[in-house]
Design a protein around this ligand. Structure first.
Ligand SMILES: Cc1cc2nc3c(=O)[nH]c(=O)nc-3n(C[C@H](O)[C@H](O)[C@H](O)COP(=O)(O)OP(=O)(O)OC[C@H]3O[C@@H](n4cnc5c(N)ncnc54)[C@H](O)[C@@H]3O)c2cc1C
Length: 499
């Protein structure tokens, strides 16, 4: 494709992640011609979306989930699979609109935009069904499913993105890679195209609608330092290095306004030796480096002190804020401690080839990981061990096995750390994505400072602001990308018919 300026399209979509594809396919289904412009080479397309696991959506019973599940082809595997599905059916009940909204409100301290969060929640199941009809499939989570993660993408995020690409191409969407968008074309306060850098040339591409879905500023160290604080400058990324915030800057330069929350972000506990970033198709699996057994651990800093309620609630409602808590500790590191009882209970099963230390006594373990004040550390652990409630330990439930008379308190899954061998996993904060975005309508139309829609201009996915504040419920980002991406694609078609 040498003469890209000759391509006519009713809508230009910036980026090729989940939100972009949702918008592209919805616009195409609504009769528009669609051009997607992606910064990376084709082999690294898909953005952070390609590294994900699941979407959080409403379902009223297992019957809502069953049509999404891809069954194995082989007869032999099918029989075992059906047995497991029946077992799963017996333990899964529902995840209702009010469950979802309660979770959002709880984790964001009631700061999530009420209109947007309701739009997300009430459109989640219908959007999932739309995706399923298009050819997307999910696989069941047989081991310890939580109500909001009973199914995850077949082939994880990479599988999802490759399906999106095939669906889009089949429907006639054009995609150009290695084609970063550098600027917007603004005629009389209406966005009417973009400037791209393609094969080292700046080229103007015109269109009635531009839908931006090119991520937030998580991969830009200067912007991280500016908006999140200096200690975020050198943090390792969990995701791609391509979401460098220029989409947000271009939009703001053209009248868009920033919308919450630009001062906090999603960051989670990661293996100390994780790479600086991941690339679609290259990472070993979406969560290969994630260290998400911390709710069961005793989590300590280099001084030997606990600093959060590790077992506050389900991991999916706390992990996104736990990275920040780790970043704030001495040397920006923490250690997840376990003993042989945890190993026996199976909570460490997802740790693949981790960095870890082991010792037969807590004293030796503390020396291994260079705890600064070993005596204080041993007293802390003794105090923890002696005050645990008598509730029954159960890592599959919010078991209430807690400690109330220590600071920070411990709400669930408290087991005494007293039976070696002991294990310590060093963890750092890994940046996932920024919550800061733009103010939009419920259809992703970008608003200006007067609250008026900037004509022809949409922002979706990570670029749509207002949903997340301080914390985040797992699976919310991808669901928001699909819901608002689809709505933006459809609204672009409605707007085009009026022009
Ligand atoms: C490791 C990891 C795991 C995650 N797991 C989950 C999960 O299981 N569930 C969940 O809901 N969320 C998860 N998230 C968060 C989730 O990835 C995001 O919320 C979501 O992907 C955002 O989708 P998006 O389409 O907005 O952005 P992306 O998928 O990041 O897509 C943005 C695209 O824009 C391109 N781009 C950037 N700048 C330009 C430009 N100037 N011109 C053209 N193209 C450009 C990028 O190359 C990229 O392809 C995870 C994130 C990470 C990093």
């Amino acid at each position: 494709m040498n003469n890209i300026e000759t391509i006519n399209s009713d809508v230009i979509i910036v980026g090729a992640g989940n939100a972009a594809f949702s918008a592209a396919v919805a616009a195409r289904e609504s009769g528009l011609s669609v051009l997607m412009l992606e910064k990376t080479p084709e082999k690294f397309m898909g953005g952070n979306s390609a590294l994900t696991i699941h979407m959080r959506f409403v379902y009223h019973s297992f019957d809502d989930l069953l049509p999404l599940i891809k069954f194995p082809d082989k007869d032999q595997d099918l029989d075992t699979f059906k047995i497991k599905i029946n077992e799963l059916k017996n333990i899964v009940s529902s995840y209702t609109e009010s469950n979802y909204l309660n979770d959002i409100n709880k984790v964001t301290e009631n700061r999530s935009d009420k209109v947007l969060s309701q739009e997300l929640v009430y459109n989640s199941l219908s959007t999932i069904r739309w995706m399923n009809k298009l050819g997307h499939f999910w696989k069941p989570t047989f081991e310890n499913p939580t109500s909001a993660n009973v199914v995850s993408f077949d082939g994880k995020g990479y599988g999802l993105i490759n399906r999106w690409k095939n669906i889009a191409i089949q429907k006639g969407v054009k995609i150009i890679y290695e084609c970063p968008v550098m600027d917007l074309i603004n005629k009389n306060n209406q966005i009417s195209g973009v400037v791209v850098n393609y094969k080292s040339q700046n080229i103007k591409l015109f269109s009635k609608n531009v839908i931006m879905a090119c991520g937030s500023f998580e991969s830009n160290s200067d912007m991280r330092a500016k908006y999140l604080g200096e200690n975020w400058r050198n943090i390792k990324l969990r995701g791609v290095p391509h979401n460098t915030g220029e989409g947000l800057e271009m939009a703001i330069n053209n009248g868009a306004i920033p919308y919450d929350d630009w001062s906090t972000c999603h960051a989670s506990p990661q293996d100390y030796n994780r790479p600086d970033f991941d690339l679609p198709g290259e990472n070993k699996s979406g969560d290969y480096w994630s260290r998400y057994a911390y709710p069961f651990s005793v989590l300590i800093n280099q001084k030997g002190d606990r600093f959060i309620d590790e077992g506050e609630t389900w991991r999916g409602l706390t992990y996104a804020k736990t990275g920040k808590a780790i970043l704030e500790q001495k040397n920006q590191i923490a250690y997840q401690l376990f003993d042989s009882k945890h190993r026996k209970a199976g909570v460490l099963e997802n740790y693949k080839n981790p960095t870890f230390y082991t010792a037969n006594s807590l004293n030796d373990l503390a020396k291994e990981i260079k705890i600064m004040d070993i005596n204080k550390f041993l007293i802390n652990i003794e105090n923890f061990n002696q005050n645990i409630s008598s509730d029954k330990y159960n890592p599959s439930l919010l078991d209430g096995k807690s400690i109330s008379n220590i600071i920070p308190k411990r709400s669930n899954w408290a087991l005494p750390l007293d039976k070696g061998p002991f294990e310590a996993y060093p963890v750092i904060a890994g940046m996932t994505f920024c919550y800061g975005g733009l103010k939009t309508s419920i259809d992703g139309e970008v608003l200006d400072k007067n609250g008026d829609i900037i004509k022809g201009f949409f922002a979706v996915g990570e670029m749509l602001g207002g949903l997340w504040y301080k914390n985040y419920p797992s699976g919310g980002g991808m669901m928001a990308g699909a819901v608002f991406g689809k709505k933006a694609g459809e609204k672009a078609a409605i707007n085009s018919s009026k022009i």
